[in-house]
Design a protein around this ligand. Structure first.
Ligand code: THU
Length: 160
């Protein structure tokens, strides 16, 4: 038996330690939670994306009475950005979540399906996406999507 350990590196920052561009993107994600449609979970999520060309797109979670038909904020934002600019890489993604009258204290982390979609965009453009996960206590920064999804299924997996 061989045991292999896979490491993920998370950098932990105070909001004030981040540069202005990252603070701006997080603030955009925070603003976006007010636009969520989340009457079933009351869990309001905002995602903001900065493209390499400087354009910023944002999205919020959109729920549905048929629960699986809804979509997370990250995918709403990412699909929207990719649909508008299919040839421009994504530089940074920021996520924030709000429930019971407060932003989460600990950084919100994307669900598995979103991680898979974010990875596709990272690999599609061959450009690492910086991930900023906001919490009121601190912000997690990851240098790419792969950090969020080790042992992933990817395009090359289809080749057998
Ligand atoms: N949700 C997101 O939008 N992003 C996440 O990272 C986690 C979960 C949404 C999906 C659903 O509308 C609600 O939050 C509760 O799961």
């Amino acid at each position: 038996m061989i045991k292999r350990t896979i490491e993920t590196t998370v950098e932990i920052y105070g909001f004030d330690e981040l540069d202005a561009a990252k603070q701006r993107l997080i603030n955009k994600a925070k603003e976006q939670v007010s636009k969520a449609y989340a009457p079933y979970s009351n869990f309001h999520v905002g995602a903001a994306i900065e493209l390499e060309n400087g354009e910023i797109f944002a999205g919020s979670n959109q729920e549905n009475s048929a629960y699986p038909s809804g979509l997370c904020a990250e995918r709403v934002a990412m699909f929207f950005a990719n649909a508008q600019y299919p040839d421009v890489a994504v530089k940074t993604l920021a996520i924030a979540a709000y429930t019971n009258g407060n932003f989460l204290e600990e950084p919100v982390t994307p669900c598995g399906s979103c991680r898979q979609v974010l990875l596709e965009t990272e690999q599609r453009f061959e450009k690492e996406i910086t991930i900023l996960l906001y919490g009121t206590n601190h912000v997690f920064q990851l240098k790419n999507v792969k950090q969020l999804l080790p042992l992933c299924f990817e395009k090359s997996s289809l080749n057998g």
